[in-house]
Ligand binder design. Structure first.
Ligand code: C2E
Ligand code: CA
Ligand code: CA
Ligand code: CA
Length: 279
């Protein structure tokens, strides 16, 4: 038994070393990918439920196939948050997205809200307000068409710094959305004080619609709460008509999800959603 225990320990430690090495080589790869700009943006349509029309796009980052890292955002974003690489990545994503948005406007395509994800790590570093203002000025993209998404836990997490940042962002005229709403523990009093425009209902609540009564009740509660606070409510992860129709009937304002489209390349988004809207 003693021997077995020692072997077990040794085995565990080999496994651990293996995982740590893998993570280290992924981190190295991510650093290189960033230096070579081997990241690409995808655009997922945001749809107004009452009119069934396009209102904007959420910007989602991907590793380029050329980076040969085979890692999804769910894996590499937390790593880049932990090692600080999210700060230059966030700058890259914003400047590319704003440039794309400007190009679409210049091409005479309908104006749309670009929703860009922000990590609290970026907020903690400081100076983000100034960088965003500078990127907006450089791109010439209208301030009123930029929406920043910050997770519920991120917005609640660290009172003062986040609050201060969000106030500056609000005063610049940008829109703010609380992402993954329902997964954190919002203080309603705090939420009311934040310059927020939108709640995004987390996909985990949407996936059990329309048949699960408690999911319906929960989504109903979030929609009512949002509207009472004067906010727009968007449901994410809408994959079928049943979910969409229920959300529409319950007064949810907007949605996004595979029912309409996954996150698309700029070319495909333009062809399928921007050109067809003007036709
Ligand atoms: P998120 O902000 O909650 O983004 C929504 C995620 O749900 C995206 O995954 C999107 O592709 C996926 N999704 C959209 N519709 C559906 C649907 O109908 N069904 C299902 N099952 N999934 C759907 P993605 O692109 O893999 O991104 C994962 C997370 O990575 C994002 O979650 C966000 O937290 C983070 N992320 C992505 N891009 C960025 C970025 O540029 N900056 C930062 N800070 N985080 C990012
Ligand atoms: Ca988001
Ligand atoms: Ca989300
Ligand atoms: Ca989510």
């Amino acid at each position: 038994a003693k021997l077995g225990g020692r072997n077990a320990l040794r085995f565990y430690s080999d496994e651990y070393t293996h995982a740590a090495n893998q993570r280290l080589s992924l981190e190295t790869g991510l650093r290189r990918a960033l230096e070579s700009e081997l990241f690409e943006l995808r655009y997922q349509p945001l749809i107004d439920l009452a009119s069934d029309r396009l209102i904007g796009a959420e910007v989602l980052v991907r590793l380029s196939p050329a980076a040969a890292l085979n890692s999804s955002p769910a894996e590499f974003i937390p790593i880049m948050e932990a090692n600080g690489l999210i700060v230059p990545l966030g700058d890259f994503v914003r400047s590319q997205a704003l440039r794309q948005g400007r190009a679409w406007l210049d091409a005479g395509l309908p104006p749309l809200t670009l929703a860009i994800n922000l990590s609290v790590t970026e907020i903690r570093r400081g100076g983000l307000e100034q960088r965003i203002a500078q990127q907006l000025a450089e791109s010439g993209y209208p301030v009123s068409l930029l929406e920043l998404e910050i997770t519920e836990s991120g917005a609640m997490e660290q009172g003062e710094r986040a609050q201060q940042f969000l106030e500056v962002i609000g005063s610049l005229g940008l829109r703010l959305a609380i992402d993954d709403f329902g997964t954190g523990y919002s203080s309603l009093a705090y939420l009311k004080r934040l310059p927020v425009h939108k709640l995004k209902i987390d996909r985990s609540f949407v996936c059990d619609l329309p048949d699960d009564a408690s999911a319906v009740e929960l989504v109903d509660t979030i929609i009512t709460l949002g509207h009472q606070l004067g906010l727009s409510v968007l449901a994410e992860g809408v994959e079928n008509v049943g979910q969409r129709d229920l959300l529409r009937a319950r007064g949810c304002d907007a949605c996004q999800g595979y029912l309409y489209a996954p996150a698309l390349s700029a070319e495909e988004f333009e062809r399928r959603f921007l050109r067809s809207a003007t036709a």
